[in-house]
Design a protein around this ligand. Structure first.
Ligand code: DGP
Length: 224
């Protein structure tokens, strides 16, 4: 084996997060990105948070469906715990060369909880349990206007799927992204194909920079 093919075979995967409001097209874009990367010969895994299959995920699922209530702080920490319970397996996949696409992550985590307006649950407080989790190499934020979201059909019946909450979430994403690095805002108001091409270009650039980026990093505190 040449030294070049050796380093290529041990190159780590990328951690790619896709974020956005409800109706931004995250799931379709994750699927299209997965296909694009697989066709390019990359090992790829797709996961989504909340992961409703674990015991913690089942508590979250009951909460989101409205069949159980929880204190705001308590449910917030469960959402975070749900990410922590998968952290090791994400690290292992990345180290073994698999690129991991994550549909929603710590950014939704902090923003949806802070959007409740609970005076003891600020964005800064909400971010704290995320510190130390695997840090995305890139976070793609699929941005759509309220008008475009409305055109794409009504919201579902789960908790948070209403206009007031979505407006607050939109504002908080904007303020959080001003305090984080490696965020790419994608205009998700275009056609599925156009959005997918924009995403591919950002992701190709991110993967091209992985050697310079070095090992997988961890999330740090929010910038002031
Ligand atoms: P989804 O399965 O992508 O539709 O997400 C379910 C809902 O939960 C969605 O409205 C966003 C919200 N959500 C996702 N992650 C978190 C989190 O960590 N904390 C809170 N409070 N809400 C979250």
């Amino acid at each position: 084996m040449t030294s070049q093919s050796q380093s290529a075979s041990t190159r780590r995967g990328a951690l790619i997060v896709v974020e956005g409001l409800d109706r931004a097209g995250k799931s379709s874009q994750c699927e299209m990105l997965r296909e694009y990367l697989s066709k390019g010969g990359n090992a790829v895994k797709y996961i989504r948070f909340p992961d409703r299959t674990t015991p913690i995920g089942q508590l979250i699922d009951s909460y989101l469906r409205g069949s159980a209530n929880q204190d705001d702080h308590s449910i917030h920490l469960l959402f975070s715990a749900n990410r922590w319970e998968l952290a090791k397996s994400i690290e292992q996949d990345i180290a073994s060369g698999t690129t991991v696409i994550v549909d929603r992550y710590s950014y939704s985590g902090a923003v949806y909880s802070a959007a409740k307006g609970n005076p003891t649950l600020s964005l800064d407080w909400a971010w704290l349990p995320e510190i130390g989790l695997p840090r995305p190499d890139i976070c793609l934020f699929l941005s759509i206007s309220a008008e475009e979201a409305a055109k794409r059909g009504g919201y579902g019946a789960e908790r948070y799927e209403n206009e007031t909450m979505q407006t607050r979430v939109r504002e908080l994403f904007r303020s959080l992204f001003g305090r984080q690095e490696d965020i790419a805002v994608i205009d998700a108001g275009k056609s599925l194909e156009e959005v997918s091409i924009d995403i591919q270009s950002v992701v190709a650039d991110c993967i091209g920079r992985l050697d310079a980026t070095g090992p997988l990093r961890t999330l740090g505190p929010l910038a002031k």
